[in-house]
Ligand binder design. Sequence first.
Ligand SMILES: NC(=O)C1=CN([C@@H]2O[C@H](COP(=O)(O)OP(=O)(O)OC[C@H]3O[C@@H](n4cnc5c(N)ncnc54)[C@H](O)[C@@H]3O)[C@@H](O)[C@H]2O)C=CC1
Ligand SMILES: CC(=O)[C@](C)(O)C(=O)O
Ligand SMILES: [Mg+2]
Ligand SMILES: [Mg+2]
Length: 347
Amino acid sequence: MKLKFGSVEENVVTREEFPLEKAREVLKDEVIAVLGYGVQGPGQALNLKDNGFNVIVGQRKDSKTWDKAVADGWVPGETLFELEEACEKGTIIQFLLSDAGQIALWPMVKKYLTPGKALYFSHGFGVTYKEKTGIVPPADVDVILVAPKGSGTSLRRMFVEGRGLNSSYAIFQDGTGKAKDRVVALGIGVGSGYLFETDFYREVTSDLTGERGTLMGAIQGIFAAQYEVLRANGHTPSEAFNETVEELTQSLMPLVAENGMDWMYANCSTTAQRGALDWWKPFRDATKPVFEQLYDSVKTGKEAQKSIDSNSKSDYRVKLEEELKELRESEMWQAGAVVRKLRPENN
Ligand SMILES: NC(=O)C1=CN([C@@H]2O[C@H](COP(=O)(O)OP(=O)(O)OC[C@H]3O[C@@H](n4cnc5c(N)ncnc54)[C@H](O)[C@@H]3O)[C@@H](O)[C@H]2O)C=CC1
Ligand SMILES: CC(=O)[C@](C)(O)C(=O)O
Ligand SMILES: [Mg+2]
Ligand SMILES: [Mg+2]
C-alpha cells in the first residue's frame, strides 16, 4: 500500500496485505539456503523454519558457529551443510556471510547460481560496490534484498515475542519475473513486521550512515563527551553514568519508542523541557558538519573500502575484540556493568 510519511508517499507491504499463508504458497517449492550463521543467519533461518518454510543452513564446518547451528537444532547432513553443498541444494541463496566474507566466497557461490535461482542479500553492499567486491550476478537469476533494520538478535527475539522488526526490501534484478513475490514472501518469512521499499544503493548508503551515526557511532561519542565533562567536574562514576546512559535506556527511550520525542519531553519536568528545547538545536548544529563528512565518506565509497580492507584480514576478529575490550574497560562502561547489576530484575 501507499503510505504518507509526513508529506512523502512511499510503498509499504504489511502482514495484512501479504499474510504468511501467501508467503508459504509463493515459496512452497523453494529450498532456502541460508549461508552464514553469524548474527543475521540464525535470526532469519530460525524464523523461516518456525514459519514453516523449507530452509537449510550452510556454514563452515569446524567453526564455533557450526556448533551453534547444531545447538539450535540444525541437523548435519539434513538441514546443515558445508557452504558449497548448501549452494548446490538451495533455489534461493541467502548470502548472509559478513560483507567481507561474501567477497571471498563469491566465486564459489556464483557457480551455483543457475537460471531461475534467487540471490538474496540483507545489505546493498556487495552489489553496490561491485568494483570493490567483484559481485556481479548472472542475468538470469533474481537479485533481491531484505534488510532487517536491526540486529539479527533482535529480529529473533521480537519474533519469539510475537512482534516484528521492520525491514527494507529491494529488487536489483528480476531475472525470472517472480522477484517481487519472492522478495516480499521472504521478507514476511524472516519475521519482518512490515517492509518498506528501497533500492540497493539507498539501502547501503543509509545503513552505513545510520550505524556510523546516531545508531552506534555518534551515540557512543556523545555519551563519552558528556560523561567526561561530568567526571571532570567532580561527579562520581555512578552519577555520571546514570545521567548519561541508564536513565536514557531505562526510562526515556521507551517513551520515545512508544510515542515520539514530544511525548517523552511531555512526561518530564517543565524545567527539563525548557532546557531540552533550548539545547537540541546547538547540538544539531555542532554535529551536523560531522554527519556531512560521514555521508560524504559513505557516498564516495571510502567507508566501504575501509571495512573491506580491515575485515578481510585474517586476524580481524582478534583486532575487533581488542577494540571492544577497550570500550568495555573504559570507566563509563565499567560503571555501567555495576549499575546494571543493581537493577532489581537482575538480582
Ligand atoms: N549483524 C546484523 O544484525 C545485520 C547484518 N546485516 C547484513 O547481513 C549480512 C550478514 O551479516 P552478519 O550476520 O553480521 O555477519 P557476521 O559477521 O556475523 O558473519 C556471518 C557468517 O559469515 C561467516 N564468514 C565470514 N567470513 C567468511 C569467509 N571468508 N568464509 C566463510 N565464512 C565466512 C562467519 O563464520 C559467520 O558465520 C551482511 O551483509 C550484513 O551487512 C544487515 C542487518 C543487520
Ligand atoms: C543492526 C544493523 O542494522 C546494522 C547496525 O546496520 C548492522 O549490523 O550492520
Ligand atoms: Mg542496518
Ligand atoms: Mg549495517
